[in-house]
Structures are given as structure tokens and as C-alpha cells.
Design a protein around this ligand. Structure first.
Ligand SMILES: Nc1ncnc2c1ncn2[C@@H]1O[C@H](COP(=O)(O)OP(=O)(O)OP(=O)(O)O)[C@@H](O)[C@H]1O
Ligand SMILES: [Mg+2]
Length: 393
């Protein structure tokens, strides 16, 4: 199999009537890179992929594969493999015929055709399944045939739109590993669309976070999670607490902020604004319940409002003793020696000055985070009590 080629999207736009489905999207993808487009429903992920594949024509902008501009080329001349969630196999054709189809379309026949199909079916671990019909395969096997069909003509770029969406969780996680293994061994360039943040974080070299047709942020999974640049990214990927704060001063020790009358310090470098109202963002797992004698750069007194056992962590909802009252979520890992708190218990919590991020604007405009009573209520009302028991108080 040949390796991948770089893919470049330059200021891509797509307008459907009055709907700006994709707006000014520029992304440079390296050869052999695995890049995910992640975003909520309607954020323009599929539209972007359709333009790259050639099923949709951009309203503006350019697409390059390697050095070749492909914007005007028909689908079959772009050398791109596609796997879409609903891109079903041909039901009346065998596994062999389904995979052979893409080669026949390209004029391959005879022993070259048979060898190509056999090699690709072996790659996706379906050697011996040539004679089966699609309805005689499991969902995961069907998805692997679809993958073989996309790989068989050795494309330099593969596009996948929610390819694992129809699979159950276990099979999905298995296929994620299979896909990564395959992509690494073939060194193919992959553009992968998902609205599952966990999937994007575990599979991608880089993630493009989309919102309302635009790129919000591009970065490695770690960059996106640790240093979200916007409130949207911070709340869409992982859980976040947002606190209204006032940036008072920049000093050699970092930024000095006021949160509800308490001084808070942040050493985060990535904030341009001088002083004024800001949002302090902190991940639940970065907040530490402090036992007697232990200290943190930033400390708050609070009262435990809710306790939820989540297996790997215990989540506490803590009402901070500031005015007006503010709630934060704390996710504490479960070690044998970790303290366990009960509802109504007084606690001290804190975090390191390096762990808080600053975002412009006020916290209360968000739908997640500190003010998110609804999310907690939903957690308690919809949770299967056998799987996520509330600890006895
Ligand atoms: N053929 C079309 N005609 C008109 N509007 C369209 C068309 N295709 C998509 N849109 C609109 O463009 C926007 C982006 O749609 P798109 O399918 O790219 O979203 P998506 O990010 O793939 O969402 P999802 O996660 O639900 O698949 C949406 O507002 C959608 O309604
Ligand atoms: Mg879509």
C-alpha cells in the first residue's frame, strides 16, 4: 500500500441558500496524519468532508492533495477513499464483489483484481470471508468490508464520517484500535468525523473543533483538552467549571484575580488581556479536596452538596463559601487513602496556580460548569442507581 499525501483545505466555504454550512475553514493535514473533525450536530463536519471527497462543490476556497489542486476534479479522480456511516454495502453482492467494485471502476481486472481484494481483506482481518453476503456479517465485519472497499485502490487520503456510529460501545472501542493500527501500518492520511469527544481524543494526532461552520481550535488532543482557547472548546471537550473572576494585576508570580472576594492566583501564560472581568476555567479533576494540614495555591471553603460514585472517580458538587454562592464540580480519584466526604460536610478544596485557564467574558453565559444545576439534576434523575450509586451520607 502506498503512504498518504498531505491534504490542505484553504478558506473553504459552503452556502446552502441562506445557510452558511461551512465558513472559511483552513486546515493543513500532514501526510500520514490522523485528524478528527469534532463538533456538535450541524457544525459543518459532513459538509466539509463532502467537499473534500468531491460530492459537494465549495462556494469558495480550495482543496489540495499533495501539490495538486483537486477542487474541480470529479470524485473518482481524487484518489480518496470514503467510509460513511450510512454508506451501506451493496446487499446483493458478496464481500469479494463489494471490495472488487472499487477496483473494477478503476479498470483493474483478472489476477491483479483478485490479488488486490485478497490483500485488502487480509489487512482488515476478513480473509476467508470472500463468499459471504453482507447480511451474513456482524456490524463490525460489515464496517471492515466498507473499510476494505475504501482502502483497496490504495487512496492517499481516507475520509471517514462517523464510521463507527452504528456499533455498540464494545465493538466501537475495538474498531477504534483496529482503525488506528491499520492507519499506522499503511501511513495513510485519515480525516475522521465524529461528535464523540472520547473517540476524537483517543484516536487523533490532531483535532479540528468545529462550531457553527467555523474552526474553533486546531491542536493535539492534549492541547485541546489542557489549553482550550475558547469557552466553547472548554465546555465541549471534557467537563469544566467556569467561575466569574476579575483580573486585577499581572505580577512576576502570575495573574492575580478576585473570585467572590477571595484572591486567586493563576500562572497561565496564554492570556493577552490586561485587567477586567474574565472567566476562570478549571477542570473538575484539577480541584483537590484538601485534608487537614495540606495546602494549595488557591483555596476555598465549601460545603458538599452532592456525591456521585462514578467508578474511577467520585464527583462532589461543592458550594463555595463566597457571595454570591458558586457551585463547582470536583472529581476525586479513588485511592484507598483518599478522603471520602458526605453531603453537608464542610470541606476545603484547592488547585494549583498552573491548572486554571482564563477565558474572556463572563461565566454565566455558558450552559455548562458552575451554574449548571440542570446537569447535576439530570445526572441524578436519569442515572441507573445500580451503576452509579449515591454514596450513603
Ligand atoms: N444539502 C443541504 N441543503 C441545505 N442545508 C444543508 C445541506 N446539507 C447540510 N446543510 C446544513 O448545513 C449545516 C451543516 O450540516 P452538516 O451536515 O455539515 O453538519 P454535521 O456537523 O455533519 O452534523 P451532524 O453531526 O449532525 O452530522 C446544517 O445547518 C445543515 O442543516
Ligand atoms: Mg454529519
Amino acid at each position: 500500500m502506498s503512504g498518504g499525501e498531505p491534504l490542505r483545505l484553504e478558506r473553504l466555504c459552503k452556502q446552502y441558500g441562506g445557510v452558511q454550512a461551512v465558513h472559511d475553514v483552513s486546515v493543513q493535514i500532514k501526510a500520514g496524519e490522523f485528524v478528527s473533525f469534532l463538533g456538535p450536530s450541524g457544525s459543518g463536519k459532513t459538509t466539509t468532508l463532502m467537499m473534500v471527497a468531491g460530492f459537494e462543490t465549495p462556494t469558495a476556497g480550495q482543496i489540495f492533495i499533495g501539490a495538486r489542486p483537486v477542487t474541480g476534479l470529479p470524485v473518482h479522480r481524487r484518489n480518496i477513499g470514503v467510509v460513511f456511516q450510512n454508506y451501506a454495502l451493496f446487499p446483493h453482492l458478496s464481500v469479494f464483489e463489494n471490495v472488487a467494485f472499487a477496483l473494477k471502476m478503476r479498470g483493474v481486472s483478472g489476477s491483479e483484481l483478485r490479488a488486490g481484494v485478497a490483500e485488502t481483506l487480509n489487512l482488515v482481518q476478513l480473509g476467508g470471508y470472500e463468499g459471504r453476503m453482507p447480511h451474513e456479517l456482524s456490524g463490525g465485519q460489515q464496517q471492515r468490508v466498507a473499510l476494505a472497499r475504501a482502502l483497496v485502490f490504495r487512496p492517499s487520503v481516507i475520509l471517514m464520517d462517523e464510521p463507527l456510529g452504528a456499533l455498540d460501545k464494545q465493538l466501537r472501542e475495538h474498531m477504534q484500535l483496529e482503525l488506528k493500527r491499520l492507519q499506522r501500518s499503511l501511513e495513510t492520511t485519515v480525516v475522521f468525523v465524529t461528535h464523540d469527544q472520547g473517540e476524537a481524543l483517543t484516536m487523533s494526532d490532531r483535532i479540528v473543533v468545529m462550531n457553527e461552520g467555523k474552526v474553533e481550535q486546531i491542536g493535539t488532543p492534549e492541547e485541546i483538552y489542557e489549553t482550550p482557547r475558547t469557552r466553547f472548546v472548554a465546555s465541549f471537550i471534557g467537563e469544566s467549571n467556569f467561575l466569574d473572576a476579575h483580573l486585577n494585576e499581572r505580577t512576576d508570580q502570575g495573574l492575580l484575580l478576585d473570585v467572590g472576594g477571595l484572591q486567586v492566583r493563576s500562572t497561565w501564560q496564554g492570556f493577552e488581556r490586561q485587567t477586567g472581568p474574565v472567566t476562570l476555567m478549571i477542570r473538575p479533576e484539577k480541584i483537590i479536596p484538601l485534608v487537614a494540614g495540606s495546602r494549595a495555591d488557591n483555596e476555598f471553603e465549601g460545603v458538599i452538596q452532592e456525591v456521585v460514585y462514578c467508578g474511577n472517580v467520585v464527583k462532589y458538587r461543592v458550594q463555595l463559601r463566597i457571595t454570591p454562592p458558586v457551585f463547582v464540580t470536583v472529581a476525586a480519584p479513588r485511592h484507598a487513602c483518599s478522603p471520602r466526604f458526605q453531603i453537608s460536610e464542610q470541606v476545603r478544596i484547592g488547585w494549583d496556580a498552573r491548572d486554571a485557564r482564563l477565558l474572556t467574558g463572563e461565566a454565566k453565559r455558558t450552559t455548562k460548569g458552575v451554574e449548571n444545576h440542570e446537569a447535576w439534576s439530570a445526572l441524578f434523575s436519569t442515572t441507573d442507581v445500580n451503576r452509579m450509586a449515591i454514596l450513603p451520607s
